[in-house]
Design a protein around this ligand. Structure first.
Ligand code: NCD
Ligand code: ZN
Length: 397
């Protein structure tokens, strides 16, 4: 059985063009005009994107499955147009050994409906374990955040940079959780500057997680082997929202001043990818001060709303949610609509207006800081490995 996605505006890497996409045996077999297939999805008037790739999610399993697990997290991913996500290691029991990584891989295989890749966590002592596990990427926490996985010994960063293969990305969390106030931002910048000068010495590949200020993007440009991601919530929310959100507005890095939010937009052009930093916490945990927002089901819509408002270019957005994360994290065979690539496709209605509501979300946490916001752009259909998982705005039974 082949699947034909017919007549949509397909994203071809540097342009949108009306093309049919034929998927056979789970892979893209042909991109062309007037193609024929067994089963047909009509995509006229819709955007056809490679399945989105999110380099930064927290699916909480094992350890905190009351917040999220691979089943609910991956449903949120698919509903948001993401067919591949990269899960962070800061679980209650962190992903810092080969055995724990293998356990996660196994659980995800059993429960997830999207592809889940894993960032491995670096500690002050697990250098040999990193070598044994041989992960695709390493996450280093240079400041405290949820879960308590953090490097305490100042020499550990350089040891990890020397220990890890040069061509694989090391993801840095540079903000510290004590950093609520503006003046402490200096500490984040110093942390990044220090890390990048060490990386230059060791010739390492660096990816900066969740840049929340324009200055972080500018710092990333000082080292050619450094890439940087931005989360939509730092583009669409500032500290001004805290009055309304209260404890629900708590996130790391924190929401910045309105001026800094605007400066982030000014520097955004040089960012390499958009990451949701999907970090679900229950309503009870938020009331008790947990930091983090769910993001998988709102991020694409927010970026497309940015396009509708004339703030963003649609091609720019598509690149940063598909082929760029695939390139940065060496994810082979994904992120493009080309022959031989995975039959993972997100079909989107770019004009469809909808109101974000926490209670409607697939994520276990059932709340969102964007509750009540009207956006334009909705995921219409999602195909994963040639199978239709989501169609006409809902999951296939
Ligand atoms: C994340 C979490 O809850 O795991 N929280 C957050 O506010 N972003 C951790 C993190 O990404 O720092
Ligand atoms: Zn995170």
């Amino acid at each position: 059985m082949s699947l034909l996605i017919q007549g949509g505006m397909a994203f071809l890497g540097s342009k949108f063009e009306q093309k049919d996409i034929l998927i056979e045996d789970g892979r893209i077999a042909k991109v062309g005009n007037a193609l024929k297939g067994d089963e047909v999805i009509t995509a006229a008037g819709l955007l056809v994107l490679p399945g989105l790739i999110d380099p930064h999610v927290h699916f909480r399993e094992p350890g905190d499955t009351y917040k999220e697990d691979f089943a609910t997290g991956s449903r949120a991913a698919i509903a948001g147009g993401f067919t591949t996500v990269m899960d962070m290691p800061n679980n209650a029991i962190p992903t810092t050994t080969k055995a724990r990584l293998e356990e996660k891989v196994k659980l995800a295989k059993e429960k997830a409906i999207c592809d889940v890749l894993f960032h491995f966590g670096g500690t002050d002592s697990n250098f040999d374990e990193v070598k044994r596990a041989d992960p695709g990427s390493l996450k280093l926490y240079l400041g405290q955040t949820t879960g308590g996985l953090v490097l305490k010994n100042p020499s550990s960063l350089e040891k990890h940079l020397r220990n890890f293969p040069k061509e694989k990305p090391i993801v840095l969390h540079a903000c510290d959780h004590s950093e609520g106030e503006e003046e402490n931002l200096g500490k984040t910048y110093a942390t990044i500057e220090n890390a990048l000068s060490l990386a230059k010495k060791t010739n390492s590949t660096i990816h900066l997680a969740h840049a929340s200020t324009g200055k972080e993007i500018q710092l990333s440009l000082r080292y050619p082997r450094c890439t940087v991601e931005v989360a939509p919530h730092h583009l669409f929310l500032s500290r001004d929202a805290l009055e309304k959100l209260g404890p629900y507005g708590k996130v790391y890095p924190p929401l910045r001043t309105e001026q800094k939010r605007i400066m982030l937009w000014s520097a955004l052009d040089r960012a390499d990818c958009i990451a949701t930093d999907h970090a679900p916490h229950t309503i009870e945990d938020k009331e008790r001060g947990a930091a983090g927002f769910p993001g998988l089901e709102t991020s694409l819509a927010l970026m497309l709303e940015g396009v509708e408002r004339g703030l963003l270019d649609r091609i720019w957005v598509a690149q940063r949610m598909t082929q760029n994360p695939a390139r940065i994290f060496n994810i082979k065979g994904k992120g493009r609509l080309e022959k031989g690539y995975a039959g993972d496709v997100a079909i989107v209605d770019p004009k469809k207006k909808w109101k974000i509501e926490g209670s409607m979300l697939e994520t276990k946490c059932k709340w969102t800081p964007f509750d009540g916001m009207e956006v334009r752009g909705k995921v219409h259909t999602v195909v994963k490995g040639g199978k239709i998982l989501f169609e006409k705005f809902q999951f296939v039974a």
